[in-house]
Design a protein around this ligand. Structure first.
Ligand code: ADP
Length: 159
């Protein structure tokens, strides 16, 4: 069985992430969306909030699970018996960083392979940072995130 992990901060999850989840769930047997609990990063949503938002979003996907992790990704992958990492490439700017991480992970554990999916053109501009930027000014984020999350995001900015 091919179990893959799609790791990220998902702070908050966007339509770009959802598109990645839908597409990668079709090419692996089981997909674990891994929410990074990075205490060094100042996140808008707690790790519990991020996990539960993604869980709501993927409720209809039978082969997708959500889990949080901290520490090294390769260590978490050993624990859950996953060998594939899924990452998205939006632009050339993603590439340099991503290839370095992918190669480091492969050196750490040669059984681990990273698969890159190119972003859907429709969402190539979209990032969690853009969502936060717009929401902080009360901008329209309805094209960025599922409707049920809009108010939750605004309320973080007292809107
Ligand atoms: P990280 O902090 O690890 O980059 P993110 O939550 O920002 O976490 O992104 C997680 C993954 O989703 C990354 O591989 C990123 O390239 C990908 N991703 C983010 N936004 C999009 C998008 N709009 N389209 C496709 N992939 C995306």
């Amino acid at each position: 069985m091919k179990r893959a992990i799609y790791p990220g901060s998902f702070d908050p999850v966007t339509f770009g992430h959802l598109d990645m989840i839908e597409r990668s769930a079709k090419i692996v047997d089981e997909l674990v969306v891994g929410v990074l609990n990075n205490s060094a990063k100042n996140s808008l949503f707690s790790v519990e909030e991020r996990v539960s938002m993604i869980e709501e979003m993927v409720a209809d996907f039978p082969n997708v699970k959500v889990a949080s992790f901290d520490g090294l990704l390769v260590d978490f992958m050993k624990k859950i018996d996953a060998t594939i990492i899924i990452r998205g490439l939006r632009a050339v700017t993603d590439f340099e960083y991503e290839i370095q991480i992918a190669q480091s992970n492969h050196v750490q554990n040669p059984d681990v392979e990273t698969i890159f999916l190119t972003t859907n053109l429709q969402y190539s501009y979209l990032s969690s940072t853009i969502v936060k930027e717009f929401a902080s000014y009360g901008g329209d984020i309805s094209k960025f995130v599922p409707e049920q999350f809009i108010q939750r995001i605004y309320s973080k900015y007292n809107r």
